[in-house]
Ligand binder design. Structure first.
Ligand code: ZN
Ligand code: ZN
Length: 117
């Protein structure tokens, strides 16, 4: 059973968590469903939206608030993406995700997921 540092996310922005295994580390925010899979040591199924940080949402949540509209936002440089009008929509969509969780990025990658650093 992997011990995964967990803390409540403060928002949809990039932050740092202190992992007992990896020290200071970036974290991945997830919806509650993907978070539950990670807690169980499984590779979560869903979509990784890498904007300021990583936001990992399961298929169901990805469909609900229309996250697919933000997929190409993740392809843009952050400085540009922040100025894009979709950014605020993205943040609003994030706020609608209930029960978000945050995990150490390295721990999630060790589960075998293909998240970029
Ligand atoms: Zn979900
Ligand atoms: Zn870790």
């Amino acid at each position: 059973m992997a011990a995964i540092e967990q803390r409540k996310p403060v928002g949809c922005t990039m932050g740092i968590t202190i992992c007992p295994k990896h020290g200071r580390s970036s974290f991945v925010e997830t919806c509650q469903h993907a978070g539950r899979e990670i807690e169980q040591g499984k590779v979560p199924a869903g979509h990784d939206l890498a904007l300021l940080g990583h936001l990992f949402v399961c298929d169901t949540c990805f469909d609900q608030p229309g996250f697919d509209r933000f997929a190409d936002l993740a392809e843009m440089p952050v400085e540009k993406a922040i100025d894009d009008e979709r950014w605020q929509l993205y943040e609003a969509a994030c706020d609608r995700l209930e029960g978000r969780e945050a995990f150490c990025l390295h721990c999630v990658r060790e589960l075998g997921s293909s998240l970029d650093p």
